[in-house]
Write a protein that binds this ligand. Structure first.
Ligand code: GAR
Length: 219
């Protein structure tokens, strides 16, 4: 299988980026990261990418007046790297619909909640405040709706009595890494794809998101 080209969009720390990079390096993903792009020039993820010898693009989105124009120019620059897939790994900006339209079905985001619960920010605190018995992460296809595109796969953790937002986040993060790698693997292999606004798995419209199992597979 020829290697797929990935563009990874980041705004922060870059631990999911590192998980993707490691999976590409070990051959678990038949892919290479062609570009890491950020709307935050000071993102730690960019430093990590440069240290790994990956091409980077930094375009500061702060203080730009015309959101839609910034989004269009940013996505054009990302597209110039000729990615097959675009992965949002801690990219903290909602992109305009026109800018992402060419990438429908080829753009994924990882979000730290069991969507449709808790779209947006502060998901761990909100899960605790809501008294959720279970929390988790979701990988979904990106649409113009914030954290609203069709969900491909999820990973779940129980909420424990002494959890804080920080503890919950720390327990979930390693599962996020496995979930993102497994989801991308399912896309690259052709097992999963977006058909219209539905996720298809193994040739059938999925009735629920795939779930990450203890062995790191999706079922
Ligand atoms: C991850 O927890 C990811 O799920 C979240 O940001 C964090 C990035 O961590 N993404 C969102 O909240 C998107 N709505 P990382 O930079 O270490 O990968």
């Amino acid at each position: 299988m020829p290697h797929a080209r990935l563009a990874v969009l980041v705004s922060g720390r870059g631990s999911n980026l590192e998980a993707l990079h490691a999976a590409c390096g070990s051959g678990r993903l038949a892919a290479e990261i062609a570009l890491v792009a950020s709307n935050r020039p000071d993102a730690l993820a960019l430093t990590r990418a440069r240290a790994a010898g990956i091409a980077t693009l930094a375009c500061d989105s702060r203080g730009t007046g015309d959101r839609a124009a910034w989004d269009m120019a940013f996505m054009a620059a990302v597209g110039a790297a000729r990615p097959d897939w675009i992965v949002l790994a801690g990219f903290m900006r909602r992109l305009d619909g026109a800018a992402i339209a060419p990438w429908a079905g080829r753009m994924l985001n990882i979000h730290p909640s069991l969507l449709p619960r808790h779209p947006g920010l502060d998901t761990h605190r909100r899960a605790l405040e809501a008294g959720d018995a279970e929390h988790g992460a979701s990988v979904h296809f990106v649409t113009a709706e914030l954290d609203g595109g069709p969900v491909l796969a999820q990973a779940r953790v129980p909420v424990l009595p002494d959890d804080t937002p920080e503890r919950l986040a720390a327990r979930l993060l390693p599962l996020e890494h496995r979930l993102l790698v497994a989801s991308l693997g399912a896309l690259l292999s052709g097992r999963v794809r977006l058909h219209g606004d539905r996720v298809w798995v193994d040739g059938h419209a999925a009735v629920r998101p795939l779930q990450l199992s203890a062995d790191g597979n999706l079922s």
